[in-house]
Structure formats: structure tokens, C-alpha cells
Design a protein around this ligand. Sequence first.
Ligand SMILES: Cc1cc2nc3c(=O)[nH]c(=O)nc-3n(C[C@H](O)[C@H](O)[C@H](O)COP(=O)(O)OP(=O)(O)OC[C@H]3O[C@@H](n4cnc5c(N)ncnc54)[C@H](O)[C@@H]3O)c2cc1C
Ligand code: FES
Length: 361
Amino acid sequence: MTAFIVPLVVMNGFAVVIYALIMVLKTYVAAYGNCSLVVNGSRTFTVMGGTYLNKALFENKIYLPSACGGKGTCGFCKVRVTEGVSDPLPVEEILINYKDIRQGYRLSCQTKLRAGISIEIPEELLSIREYKGVVKSSNNVTRDIKRIGIRIDEPKEGLDFKSGQYLMFKVGEDETRAYSIASTERRADEVQIEVKLIPNGLGSSYLHSLTEGDELTFFGPYGQFYLRDTSHKVICVAGGVGLAPMKPIIFETLMKYPNRDVELYYGVRTFEDLYDHDLFIRLQANHPRFHYFPTLEQIGESAASAYPFTKGFVNKTLAENLTDGDRSEAYLCGPPLMINSSIQALLAKDVPEIRILYDKF
Ligand SMILES: Cc1cc2nc3c(=O)[nH]c(=O)nc-3n(C[C@H](O)[C@H](O)[C@H](O)COP(=O)(O)OP(=O)(O)OC[C@H]3O[C@@H](n4cnc5c(N)ncnc54)[C@H](O)[C@@H]3O)c2cc1C
Ligand code: FES
């Protein structure tokens, strides 16, 4: 009897091990083999099947934006799949509109390569580069916002950007976060960002923890939110740390366009949350084409004695002060509620919808 049972048990055990091995191989290796990835019809890469599209692109030095670390919640990594498109996932149907879904748009962080695939991405994303830098300075500008100066070490040519654009900072193993370029002085080898600390926030806590000499990796420059080359009056509307990208926009307009007026509508909760207030007061005194409208939700005694602030929300200040809306273009940056109410105020003042640009965060 034992003579039969032992080989049977051994054979069964062997079969289980083989089966388990096949399952592992099927899951991780053998199922897809190598796949071809064609980008914009001109670049072809061979990538290991089973890899997510965003990772495959990253490994080939194509850096798509991402504000959620590939969790499928930001929608930034959207690409158009022209060949090899798969059925949309529920999360894609939430983040991508129906028309785009039908045209093949998918989230690259949710797209696993199982066979050859062709995609289209905006041409400008092909010129996004990886940068290495070192923290040169880190200073509090309010109780929860830090201004971080970064010296760019690699590549040696430094960074070229359009006023209003942002960078993606590596803040964890597979995590990146977006931060607008806040530099008032345009230098290729240095850049400034302003970061508001979000309680338990991965990216903002990491950036706040950095001190002089710490190394940083970032990618960019990204974004369609940048100063347009027109003759329109520039209306900047900022909420809190949304002031960051306004500074390059304001300074470039004043320096480059002798006939364009600039108005800054800047809203924060209290006097303590306001920063660069003195800078804008000085700018207003020295530039007749610059007008500054700071707005506080709450005005305490110290604020009331410091400046004739408007009390309320920025949409109210816009409604009370904006003129020549039809000859203006607007740049908005800040929390979604502020942006939505300010857009309504701008439309009511005849600013054409097509000339209203915004970054919500
Ligand atoms: C184009 C763009 C430009 C940006 N520019 C800047 C900038 O210049 N300066 C800047 O400080 N931020 C900027 N942000 C926001 C930034 O990218 C991060 O989203 C922010 O710093 C929070 O990231 P975190 O990793 O610290 O928090 P996470 O770890 O991502 O989030 C932690 C928790 O906080 C919540 N949370 C996230 N954001 C907020 C918030 N604002 N208020 C309250 N709760 C929140 C999340 O829902 C989550 O529950 C920008 C975003 C975009 C899309
Ligand atoms: S949805 Fe955020 S990276 Fe893909």
C-alpha cells in the first residue's frame, strides 16, 4: 500500500508546484511577451508585456504629467490610444469625458500593455526633461507656505519655461506632485517654488522637510497655463498659494509689453495668510500699469490699520473693480470654489470665455 501512496503524494505535490509556477509565469512574464509601443507614429519602443503604459514611457524618458502618483485620480496622464485600445475602466469613464473615451483617450497609469499599442501625445511632452537640483534656500513666507529656491545642476543648460507653467517633483518612490514656478527673476540655473503644507500630505511635507543642500529631482516644464503673446490687459486672480505662478506672469508682462496693464486680484483668509504684500505695494508705486487688489475674508485690527483691504471674496473685488473686460484676458489659480466664482464674475464683466485660463488646486 505504502508503495503506491508515496509516489502518488510526490506526484501530486510535483503537479501542484508546476501549476503554481505556471500561474506565476503567466501573471508576470509569459502572458504578454514583449510588446511594441509606438509614440506619435515616429518613435517605436519594445517594452515588456504587463508593464503599465506610464511606466513604459517613463523608462523611455517620456515624462507624462501626474499629480496622483498613478493612482488614477488626477487624469493628468491621459493619452490617445490609436491602435490597441482596450475597453475603458470605470475610473477612466469618470475622469475622461465620453467624447474623448470614444476617440481612444485612456489613462496611461491604468493601461497595461498586453499587445502592441500606438499612442498620440502632445508634441511638447516629448521635450520634457528630467532635472537634478539642490535646495539653495527654504523660507517660511506664511505660517504654512514655504518658498524654496533650487539651484539646477543638471542638465547644464538649465531650465527654459513659459511664465505660469509648473514642474513635477519626485516626492516618493513612484510619486510626483505638481508645483508652479514662482520665480520673479528669470534664470536658467535657478528656480523658485512656493509650497503650502497640507496636513499629512506626502509631497508638501517632503518639500517642507528639505533644507539647504538637499537634492531634488523634477520634470518639466508642463502646462497650457502660460502668458499669451497678445495686447490684452492681463487680469491675474489668485487664491492663497495660487499666487505662485502669477509672479512670473506679472513680471514678464511689465517687462516685455510696454502697453499692457496688469491687475492682480489676490484673496486669502486673514492678514497672516497674505504674502508678498509689500512687494506688490512697491510694484504698484513704481509701475503705473500695475494695479493691486488684495482681499481678505476676515479683517482684524492689525489688517485694517495696515492697508485698505477689501473684505470678502475675490469675485466680489473683481465685480467692483474690473473694467474693460472685453479687452482683457484672465489667469486664475487657486482652490476650485474660488476659481468657479471668479470665472462667473469675469464672464459678467464680458471677459471672453476663451481668454480665461486657470489651474485649479
Ligand atoms: C498644475 C498644478 C500646480 C500646482 N502648484 C502648486 C503650488 O505652486 N504650490 C502648492 O502648494 N501646491 C500646488 N499644487 C498642488 C500640489 O500639486 C499638491 O496637490 C499639494 O501640495 C498636496 O499634495 P500632498 O502630496 O502634500 O498631499 P496628498 O498626499 O496628495 O494629499 C493628502 C490629503 O490632503 C488632501 N488635500 C490635497 N490637497 C489639499 C488642499 N489643497 N487642501 C486641503 N486638503 C488637500 C488630499 O485629498 C488627501 O486627503 C499644484 C497642483 C497642480 C495640479
Ligand atoms: S490619473 Fe493620475 S497619473 Fe494617471
